[in-house]
Ligand binder design. Structure first.
Ligand code: CTP
Length: 412
């Protein structure tokens, strides 16, 4: 038997079924054994042959094939994770009410592993009280039902109800396989702001001073927060390659000053602020309005820099009562101290509640899929975060934030 994690990919009958192929591809390429179980309606959108070729397994929709192997029970019981992509209104209703009229709904009843639904439907259907109740019922039983994205729907209409980006779905799958309890709805009712990416400071219309931050860690923080029920504003600097987290409002910025203004505005009504962005400490004193040319006789130019405001320090100063503020520190050890010693001093200096510390350099942290570090708390506790997906680190940060929020609510 294969030692790869076994994932059942349930596919509902909606136009977004074609995106299930990309999820399937992403999962098999990252070492998962995937069994596709579509509904009959799903096969109107994607043929069984496509799922069979991409998964390497036969595809059935009903319970009357492979009867001696008791397939309707075995598929669910053998799974390490069940995903439903897309989860249509009808499928959510059937799952919520325990119907078992095809192989997928049988599988949902027999699975004892984490189950995650990724809805896609028209806004009216998503907002209908029947769907709201079904989603609430499934969540109350421990299933993950993610918020759909907003944007272009099937026709010319736009609104909430778009399927989450397939890359995001693969990321959630990996997170749930690593930690089945990573996505509780414990951030419901909280407004959070996350900054991500790396700011750029222009020298002239074609050049800038920048940094190597990809934004992946900040995006993972925003994504996990949205999936845990928070109302999320993501302030993103140069993260064009990343899929926008479903359910988050994204504000794109470029310079440190723009990022500061956007974060401050969102923070004025937020319960939690996470500064994961790599913010330029300095900017060129002058920005040329034309391209700086080299000429044979002119001396080599010197760039003078001026300081950018420290956004995190400003947030701490303007902190609302009970607001939780999380900083990040990318550190290298040097002759003055180790990574952790620098980080402890930074936590004190910055005055935030939590500091996520990454050791950088030698290919660590920047542009990587995985991350590791420490989570330092103002009360002196220090937690080592083992190497894992950036969403796993995000889940650890949100666990600590919920603890703090709960603690503060208790004291009030
Ligand atoms: N940060 C900020 N504004 C800045 C620089 C940094 O808000 N102008 C935030 C970052 O988003 C991060 C934290 O401060 O959450 C620490 O960033 P880092 O660059 O490690 O800290 P610095 O204060 O710039 O310290 P150092 O002297 O080590 O560069």
């Amino acid at each position: 038997m294969s030692s790869k994690p076994r994932v059942v990919l349930g596919v509902g009958g909606g136009i977004a079924a074609y995106k299930a192929c990309e999820v399937l591809r992403g999962l098999t390429e990252s070492g998962h054994d995937v069994r596709v179980v579509p509904t009959v309606a799903a096969l109107n959108f994607v043929g069984a042959a496509t799922f069979e070729a991409l998964s390497g397994h036969p595809v059935h929709t009903g319970v009357f094939t492979e009867v001696p192997e008791v397939q309707h029970v075995r598929v669910g019981k053998d799974a390490d994770l069940v995903l439903v992509v897309p989860a249509t209104a009808d499928l959510l209703a059937r799952a919520a009410h325990g119907l078992a009229d095809d192989l997928l709904t049988n599988t949902l009843l027999t699975a004892r592993c984490p189950v995650a639904f990724f809805p896609a439907m028209h806004t009216e259907m998503w907002e209908h009280p029947a769907t709201r109740d079904n989603v609430a019922l499934l969540r109350s039983r421990g299933a993950v039902v993610t918020e759909p994205d907003s944007g272009r729907l099937t026709g010319v209409d736009t609104g909430k109800g778009r399927l989450a980006d397939p890359r995001e779905i693969v990321d959630v799958a990996r997170l749930l396989l690593a930690r089945s309890d990573a996505l509780p709805r414990d951030l419901e009712g909280l407004r959070v702001v996350v900054s991500a990416g790396g700011t750029r400071e222009p020298l002239d219309p074609v050049r800038h001073l920048g940094n190597r931050s990809s934004g992946k860690q900040g995006y993972a923080l925003a994504r996990v927060a949205a999936q845990r029920g928070a109302d999320v504003t993501l302030v993103a600097a140069h993260t064009e390659a990343l899929p926008e987290p479903a359910g988050a409002e994204v504000v794109h910025v470029s310079t440190a000053r723009r990022l500061g203004a956007a974060v401050e505005e969102a923070a004025s009504t937020a319960d939690v602020v996470v500064m994961a962005a790599a913010v330029a400490d300095f900017r060129p004193a002058d920005t040329a309005d034309h391209k700086i040319k080299k000429t044979d006789h002119s001396p080599d130019p010197t760039i003078s820099l001026v300081r950018n405001p420290d956004i995190l320090a400003g947030l701490v100063e303007a902190r609302r009562p009970g607001q939780v503020i999380v900083g990040f520190a990318a550190e290298t050890g040097d002759e003055h101290g180790s990574v952790l010693e620098h980080a402890r001093a930074k936590l004190k200096r910055k005055g935030c509640d939590l500091l996520v510390v990454n050791a950088v350099g030698e290919g660590k942290a920047f542009e990587m899929e995985e991350n590791t570090g420490w989570l330092l708390s103002a009360d002196g506790t220090e937690q080592r975060i083992p190497l894992g997906a950036k969403s796993l680190l995000a889940a650890t940060v949100w666990d600590a934030v919920t603890e703090l929020v709960r603690h503060r609510a208790h004291r009030q």
